[in-house]
Design a protein around this ligand. Structure first.
Ligand code: KPL
Length: 327
């Protein structure tokens, strides 16, 4: 069944939205924004290079499945109105280095990366560009290479990381609202990103190490024996970063509540390990370790989780050298 939004071609006023990163989240936005208003930015050296566009099947929240076709951006003939970046945290800086020279300096760039550190690196690299960060709880996955599923309804918050982005946030939110998703302007985006970082730091590494669904960590001795100390480390780092963290008990309750609510989900990190892909551990627990070091604080639990996830990735890559997968 075709979605009504895709029947009507809407003409964007000030350029289409270009999406950098054709993984689950990038495909979710491309499927839900009105047809004709998005393009994918082609990879520099990819199989997509000479393709006219990207075609896949999309399953919406009601279980309806329909085909989506999104053209590839041709930088020589088109100037996008905004860029949304849905690459993995570790790929973001390189992907932007390759593409930003083509983009007008006044065009907003919205970063959708998990964890922390990649957003700051981009804002520091291009301080004069309008750079924004987004935090989202929308869930999407790709059960196979041709299908993208909108797996969980959530909300998205967008806020400015650089000064020139501040006056443009409302316009970007209005543009993305055409997706039908719930999107908010967020003046305190860093606090929001830290909120998500806490959840990811408290769930993702455990699922990757234990090779289990989110809910299964709750009774695992590794989680039970270390989550209290993990929260103490997080609280201490957040204090030193000038943020107002919740109490360690509240933080643990938040982590456990999300693990319970998403009990059957496979976390993004567990799924990366399965597919033999690099994880985002350096931008989650690894980021906490580096901020702890900067403040001369100990972070042994975050350190242990970071090392164990890296070990899992290395072992998996040895046993599964040719895992096919998504971007
Ligand atoms: O955001 C997530 C992830 O998988 O990265 C959680 C909250 C753990 C849900 O799966």
């Amino acid at each position: 069944m075709a979605d009504a939004r895709h029947q009507a071609q809407s003409a964007p006023g000030n350029g289409r939205i270009a999406i950098l990163g054709a993984g689950s989240l990038g495909r979710l936005w491309a499927a839900l924004l009105p047809a004709g208003t998005t393009t994918f930015i082609p990879r520099q050296y990819g199989s997509e290079k000479n393709d006219p566009g990207l075609t896949y099947r999309f399953q919406d929240r009601h279980g309806y499945e329909y085909p989506i076709s999104v053209p590839l951006l041709d930088w020589s003939t088109e100037s996008p109105g905004a860029v949304i970046v849905t690459t993995k945290a570790g790929d973001t800086l390189g992907a932007l280095e390759a593409n930003l020279p083509n983009l007008k300096p006044s065009v907003p760039v919205v970063l959708f990366q998990n964890g922390m550190g990649s957003q700051q690196a981009v804002a520091e690299r291009w301080p004069d560009r309008p750079i924004m960060a987004a935090s989202t709880t929308e869930g999407a996955n790709r059960p196979d290479a041709r299908t993208t599923v909108h797996a969980g309804e959530g909300e998205t918050w967008i806020g400015a990381l650089t000064a020139s982005a501040s006056p443009l946030v409302a316009g970007v939110v209005a543009q993305l609202n055409a997706s039908g998703l719930v999107i908010h302007e967020e003046p305190g985006i860093l606090k929001r990103l830290w909120g998500k970082l806490i959840i990811n730091a408290g769930i993702n590494p455990y699922t990757a190490i234990l090779d289990c669904a989110n809910g299964d960590i709750l009774d695992a001795p590794l989680f039970r024996n270390t989550v209290g100390a993990l929260c103490l480390e997080l609280v201490s780092v957040m204090h030193h970063e000038g943020l107002s963290p919740p109490s360690p008990e509240e933080m643990q309750a938040q982590i456990e509540a999300v693990a319970r609510k998403t009990a059957k989900n496979t976390s993004s990190m567990c799924s990366d390990v399965h597919r033999g892909k690099p994880t985002e551990i350096d931008y989650i627990n690894g980021y906490i370790v580096s901020r702890a070091r900067a403040h001369n604080l100990p972070a042994p639990v975050n350190q242990m989780l970071t090392e164990r996830v890296k070990l899992r990735t290395a072992t998996q890559q040895e046993t599964k050298p040719d895992t096919p997968g998504a971007t």
